[in-house]
Ligand binder design. Structure first.
Ligand code: MLT
Length: 263
């Protein structure tokens, strides 16, 4: 991991390989670790850049709101500090996808292609926002364990819970290490994120939309509609997976990503 000093805070970033830059953006409440199988596969032929977002992993959390736009601004600044001037393939999962839409909106000239995994474009409904407020209170009271308990049952498919319990446990350990302030800031940022659906018609780079077949947080039917609104979009469903498709079924996920990249 490298320490990348931005103007107001420092990020920890895994930066491995050479070639076309692939920027992997993790979901909530995880860190760069969730992309390990993709780094192993793609760093042989690409530059894989995998940050811990502000307040996650060992990255610092500066003052101010952790809006999806603020995370995107961090990524832009990080790429500049790393000296990466080529447009990137931006691969974002869930909250990483929310950040990806913001990044495209502000920095489209720095995007070669988009990969939206298990994510959404709509804003929180009042009920979803209220659930985040309740989770924030639980995390403030019980720590990161409250986030693990709330999220883990929904992150993985029944198959994964049954056949890969060690993966579920590893994920729990990553969540338990996440600082409370980082979790709260991200939940506040997601709770107030804007509806990005109108952006889809403006995306003019090749796009891949991928989703686990059992994803309940960003359901396949909703993600298929996202793909239909992007002019040059490929659609792929990851079998046996739920919300963490790159972790649950990495071979199939990597195969689909590899085919997209080769085109
Ligand atoms: C994520 O995986 O990043 C979260 O499930 C996103 C969300 O809670 O909206």
């Amino acid at each position: 991991m490298k320490t990348v000093a931005l103007r107001h805070h420092k990020l920890q970033v895994l930066d491995r390989g050479e070639g076309i830059p692939l920027l992997f953006v993790h979901g909530f409440p995880l860190d760069h670790w969730m992309w390990s199988a993709q780094v192993d596969c793609f760093s042989q032929r690409c530059r894989t850049i995998v940050p811990d977002l502000r307040g996650f992993g060992k990255s610092e959390l500066p003052d101010g709101p952790a809006s999806m736009e603020a995370y995107a601004d961090d990524l832009y600044e990080m790429l500049n500090v790393l000296g990466e001037k080529q447009p990137v393939v931006l691969i974002g999962l869930s909250m990483g996808g929310y950040i990806g839409w913001q990044f495209f909106q502000k920095y489209a000239d720095r995007v070669l292609a988009m990969v939206a995994c298990d994510t959404r474009t709509v804003a929180d409904t009042p009920a979803a926002a209220a659930a985040r407020t309740a989770l924030i209170a639980n995390i403030r009271r019980d720590g990161a364990k409250a986030a693990a308990d709330a999220m883990l049952p929904r992150l993985f498919s029944p198959e994964t819970h049954l056949h890969q319990p060690q993966l579920v446990e590893q994920t729990r350990q990553v969540i338990l290490k996440t600082p409370v302030n980082g979790l709260v800031a991200a939940l506040e940022g997601m709770r107030t994120r804007p509806d990005m659906t109108p952006l889809l018609a403006k995306i003019d780079v090749p796009t891949l939309v991928m989703v686990g077949e059992h994803d309940q947080i960003s359901p396949p039917a909703e993600m298929e509609q996202i793909c239909e609104q992007v002019s040059d979009c490929k659609w792929f469903v990851v079998p046996g997976a739920a919300h963490l498709s790159p972790l649950e079924n990495p071979n199939v996920f990597n195969g689909a990503l590899s085919e997209f990249l080769s085109k």
